[in-house]
Design a protein around this ligand. Structure first.
Ligand SMILES: Cc1cc2nc3c(=O)[nH]c(=O)nc-3n(C[C@H](O)[C@H](O)[C@H](O)COP(=O)(O)OP(=O)(O)OC[C@H]3O[C@@H](n4cnc5c(N)ncnc54)[C@H](O)[C@@H]3O)c2cc1C
Length: 391
């Protein structure tokens, strides 16, 4: 192989941003993206936020077809890569073709964590990771069906909102004592709970699910206290498992995700990984913004332009049940020195402080208000300085 061939396995947001970074650095090389889904890379977040919108619309694509043509990036969708031969630098497609690479990027993403209980094989038990999952779920719904959403994290609550908006009765079941516990403090969770109840949803907190009941099809969910929630569908969202098997089988180091250094390089110097599949400094980020940036960094390094990945301040923007809230940075009070709820803060806002610096913020002020806080956290601005400037 004389020409440079950058091969990217997986066709999500990390892959697109890697391909873009490679093309920006290298106008000549061949770039190929292999994706097992039957579509161009699309905005996966829409699968919960916009479940009942037209998910097959061009608007959902990360880049339109023309962009790939203009940038001479080949996308082979509907093509699964089944093996990597790192010695000969070859990947193998499901239909047996060998594809040679000089640099390989693994952006294989993640699968949804499976519910470990009886009843998950019943018809109408769903979890949404890709377009097919969303299509199948929507096709199976009949007007008036009751839906039990297991998992009260961001994705679960947003999915519940999509169902409520579409007119389906919903119950959210969350094993933890509050909703969105990773992003919200107790008061914000309570405010959210009140709002969700106002929309007629049922919410069961501090309740583990024992099993899903039914014969062929879902008939209900049995909770750990023995009570039964009758429903026709279960939709669960309880975290992700990075797709690492390709890398693992090729002898590339894997733990929770595919291990990468700050250049997104794996234990094989010709192979990189980014996005939900990758583990950096002991963590799989599992976030859209992180996947985008990791893809960009991987692409740069693959072309020989060294640049280190720096984990961004985590940002959750939430827009459902007529609530516009954000949670940025460190919002675990155990990890901070103190916190301030500004007296004039209506809607609710809480600022977390560590070593005098703003470490995190939870606020119902709306997405636009998040920017100054994000900048303050990124730039290490003292709370007093920020407060004086704002007042
Ligand atoms: C419903 C939903 C809602 C979400 N909401 C949010 C949100 O609000 N905010 C947020 O920050 N994040 C959210 N996320 C997470 C976010 O979508 C992911 O972090 C992001 O998509 C990861 O991008 P990626 O490119 O690493 O992987 P993915 O988007 O998972 O793409 C990987 C692709 O690779 C393909 N693939 C895997 N193995 C192979 C193979 N062997 N051969 C060929 N192709 C392969 C997969 O089929 C998939 O198409 C959400 C995720 C879901 C599912």
């Amino acid at each position: 192989m004389t020409e440079k061939h950058y091969v990217i396995v997986g066709s999500g947001v990390a892959a697109v941003h890697a391909a873009k970074a490679i093309r920006d650095q290298d106008g000549e090389a061949v770039i190929s993206i292999f994706g097992e889904e039957n579509t161009l890379p699309y905005n996966r977040i829409k699968l919960s936020k916009g479940l009942f919108t037209d998910l097959h619309s061009e608007k959902v694509l990360i880049k339109k077809e023309k962009w790939y043509q203009t940038n001479n990036i080949k996308v082979q969708h509907g093509t699964t890569i089944t093996a990597i031969d790192p010695k000969d630098k070859i990947v193998v497609t499901a239909d047996g073709q060998d594809v040679a690479y000089h640099r390989l990027l693994l952006c294989t993403g993640a699968s949804n964590r499976k519910l470990p209980m009886a009843g998950t094989m019943l018809r109408n038990v769903h979890n949404i990771r890709d377009l097919n999952d969303a299509d199948q779920l929507k096709d199976s719904l009949v007007s008036g069906d009751r839906i039990c959403v297991i998992g009260g994290g961001v994705q679960g609550v947003e999915t519940a909102w999509s169902f409520i908006e579409a007119g389906y009765p919903v119950t959210i079941v969350e094993a933890a004592p509050r909703l969105m516990g990773r992003q919200l403090d107790e008061q914000a969770s309570n405010l959210m709970l009140q709002k969700i109840l106002e929309f007629g949803a049922n919410v069961q907190l501090g309740q583990g699910v024992k099993c899903i009941t039914g014969i062929d099809c879902v008939q209900g969910v049995e909770l750990e206290d023995g009570s039964i929630l009758p429903c026709e569908h279960v939709v669960y969202s309880i975290g992700i498992v990075p797709k690492t098997s390709l890398a693992g089988q090729a002898g590339i180091e894997v733990q929770g995700g595919i291990l990468v250094n700050e250049n997104m390089q794996t234990s094989d110097p010709s192979v990189y990984a980014a996005g939900d599949a990758a583990e950096f400094q002991g963590r799989v980020e599992g976030l859209w913004g992180g996947a985008m940036e990791q893809g960009r960094i991987a692409g740069m390094n693959m072309t020989g332009s060294p640049v280190a990945y720096e984990r961004a301040v985590p940002v959750t923007l939430f827009n459902a049940f007529e609530m516009y809230l954000f949670s940025i940075g460190q919002v675990d009070e155990q990890q901070c020195d103190t916190s301030v709820v500004p007296t004039d803060s209506e809607p609710y806002t809480r600022i977390f402080i560590k070593d005098g610096l703003i470490a995190g913020v939870i606020s119902f002020q709306g997405v636009a208000a998040s920017l100054p806080y994000k900048t303050a956290i990124e730039q290490g601005i003292k709370y007093d300085t920020f407060n004086n400037k704002e007042s």
